[in-house]
Ligand binder design. Structure first.
Ligand code: M6R
Length: 657
């Protein structure tokens, strides 16, 4: 949700910002903007719509370098407060035009702050919550200049703005004061401003008179630092600067980072210096490029065998135990678990629904799966013996993060399944298992869904192992079978041309229904979600047995219904039931598209279209049955002329509640 890049160094800040925004655009694409400080000026360019609109604007001027300078920042927006207009595009400035701010998140008390500012004469030009920060900085720079330096760190109480105390707009204090690292006036002003803000935010700020620094802050929203030679980057995620450096630093909750050419200093909001954790990014710029594919989504669908293999690699120690990545819980803690909750959103929630079948089957523990956005508001029953599994590709989804925080406040243990090293959810959790799928840029989750399902299966086996429900050799046998799945995924991907053709032929359909039973039900939900988000088509997933309780009224002649059939071998009783369900919808005129495993001849007479997948065991089947549904949605959306990487109204990482 909004992509941010800040830069200080020797390169053209405009080039760095534009390249960074190209990699961050998946985070939001309602508008974009850039600010550069150079030659004594703060220059800003911003435009509603996709980044291409901003690039066009920048190329229209006569100047060879429309924004000279080596300190700057860029922003790509997913609108929250105020529509996607030029005026609401970031960066936003103060009354003096000397301070520029970009922001990701929501400042919940912005209305009160705006009223305070307007009462003392500040004029705000946009409808955004962000703009108040620029004006508050204007105020606080005046206060910082007026206050004895030693008093600043102790002054942590939010104060209202009063005329005559730096509150009224005016020339503002110059931020061009030389200072010890971490005590730059802009840094100190930002610390003070952050203490007044409520909500979630990543902020990056610049001052016209301070080309030596770019300053950032975060609370409940992502911000990572890139450390180059003689340059530093602040960004929403590492993909923004991976072309320049793979050395990164995490910024913790409620911290401010002052970046200069020669290094960075991190403080808390009270001004105390704190240590940031450095790490090396283990993938390179190529992983976040299209690599010859017209869309990231197509590339990421094809990367699934590798993503799955990497997630599973090295998970079995020599003594047959399953290996998590970061374990701040003891084996005894896992043994003491008497109930499991899974919290997640969207596609990750569907992975959780699949996990429930495996966890309950293998561990005999009750397992509830809950949409993270609902979890903390209904007062779930949690205690020390509850294990909460939080699944998130980005590790920044605010709904999931808040569920994690709530669970920990209630003393539950939290295990994160996450694809992004150094992100917030793993940091806030007691244990972590990383899906090693590499960067996923397409807004629709594909390869990370497979990674999440595999990781959940590993967690299920891990729990079964430590609790003694499965023997070591049984666990090892399951893991071995899981490790054969990347090959089956590869083979499935190689035979999906029929579903592509079918998708193209259905480009004008009004709706599609998806049915499944057992683990096929979450797969049906995932197929419907993919079609909604990519093709903007009405799509619903149902448990096949539930249809007769109401939704069957939706069936009309010609309506495409996709049915995910369970294996006739492992779950023969279920298979018989779904064959009846296929006949029920067919009898009412539906056009049936059946996803069935090789050798399932029973479904043949009832399938108008039969899509074959390799046979596998029931609990692992979603790793192959999901693939035709991803391809179906992608191809149908492309046939409708839509951008599958950046569907309308969406963003990859959802950092607002
Ligand atoms: O980063 P997360 O896994 O926490 O994201 C959760 C959902 O927002 C995400 O899965 C979303 O539903 C996908 N875009 C669907 O394809």
């Amino acid at each position: 949700m909004c992509g941010i890049i800040g830069y200080v160094g020797d390169q053209s800040a405009l080039d760095v910002a534009l390249n960074g925004l190209r990699r961050l655009e998946y985070r939001g694409y309602d508008s974009s903007g850039i600010a550069v400080v150079g030659a004594g000026a703060l220059r800003i360019a911003r435009r509603a719509g996709k980044l291409a609109n901003l690039e066009k604007l920048l190329s229209e001027g006569a100047e060879a370098d429309p924004m000279p300078g080596t300190t700057g920042m860029g922003h790509t927006r997913w609108a929250t407060h105020g529509g996607p207009t030029d005026a609401n595009a970031h960066p936003h400035t103060d009354c003096t035009g000397a301070i520029a701010v970009i922001h990701n998140g929501i400042i919940e008390n912005f209305a009160a702050l705006r009223a305070e500012l307007e009462a003392v004469g500040h004029e705000l030009a946009s409808e955004t919550d962000t703009e108040v920060v620029a004006h508050l900085l204007e105020v606080e720079l005046g206060n910082v200049a007026a206050a004895p330096a030693a008093a600043v760190p102790e002054d942590v109480t939010p104060r209202p703005i009063r005329p005559g105390t730096g509150g009224a707009p005016g020339p503002g204090a110059s931020a061009n004061l030389t200072a010890e690292p971490g005590t730059h006036p802009l840094t100190m002003a930002l610390q003070r401003v952050c203490r007044r803000l409520e909500g979630a935010f990543t902020l990056v700020v610049l001052h016209r008179d301070s080309p030596e620094v770019v300053v950032g802050a975060r609370r409940n929203s992502p911000l990572v630092v890139g450390l180059g030679a003689g340059e530093a980057f602040l960004a929403s995620d590492v993909s923004a600067f991976i072309a320049h450096t793979r050395e990164a630093m995490e910024i913790g909750q409620d911290q401010v980072v002052e970046a200069r050419r020669d290094g960075v200093t991190v403080t808390d909001f009270a001004g105390e210096v704190v240590e940031g954790r450095r790490y090396h990014v283990d993938w390179d710029a190529g992983a976040a490029e299209k690599g010859g594919y017209p869309y990231f989504m197509l590339k990421e669908i094809n990367e699934q065998p590798t993503a799955l293999a990497d997630t599973l690699r090295g998970r079995l120690s020599t003594d047959g135990a399953i290996v998590l990545d970061e374990e701040r819980l003891s084996v005894q803690d896992f043994r003491d678990v008497d109930k499991v909750f899974i919290v997640a959103c969207g596609t990750a929630y569907h992975a959780g629904l699949i996990a429930k079948y495996a966890i309950e089957h293998w561990t005999r523990l009750p397992c509830e799966v809950e949409m993270a956005s609902e979890f903390r508001y209904r007062d779930p029953v949690l205690d020390r013996s509850t294990l909460v599994i939080a699944i998130s590709q980005s590790g920044e989804t605010l709904d999931t993060l808040m569920a994690v925080k709530h669970a920990r406040e209630q003393k539950a243990r939290v295990l994160a399944i996450c694809n992004t090293n150094g992100s917030t959810i793993p940091r806030e959790s007691d244990a972590v298992l990383y899906t090693r799928c590499g960067p996923e840029v397409g807004v629709a989750s594909t390869k990370t869904f497979l990674g999440q399902v595999a990781a959940c299966l590993l967690v299920g086996l891990y729990l079964a192992q430590v609790r003694g429900v499965l023997y070591g050799d049984e666990v090892a046998a399951y893991v071995e079978r899981l490790q054969r799945m990347p090959d089956l995924v590869e083979r499935t991907l190689g035979r999906l041309e029929p579903i592509r053709e079918l998708a193209r032929s259905l480009a004008d359909a009004k709706a599609v229904l998806f049915l499944g039973r057992h683990v096929g039900y979450p797969v049906a939900l995932e197929g419907a979600l993919k079609l909604k988000e990519l093709a903007y088509m009405h799509a619903e997933g149902f448990p096949a047995g539930e249809l007769k309780h109401g939704p069957i009224a939706l069936i009309e002649p010609g309506l495409p219904v996709i049915i995910v059939a369970p294996s006739p071998r492992g779950r023969a009783h279920l298979h018989g039931k779904i064959v009846s369900n296929i006949q029920e919808v067919r009898a009412r005129g539906a056009r049936t598209i059946v996803i069935a495993e090789d050798g399932d001849v029973v479904v043949e007479p009832y399938a108008d279209h039969l899509i074959r997948v390799p046979a596998t065991s029931s609990l692992f089947a979603p790793l192959v049955t999901t693939l035709p549904l991803q391809v179906f949605a992608c191809e149908l959306a492309l046939a409708r002329g839509l951008d599958v990487d950046q569907p309308r109204n969406l963003a990859k990482s959802v950092t607002v509640e």
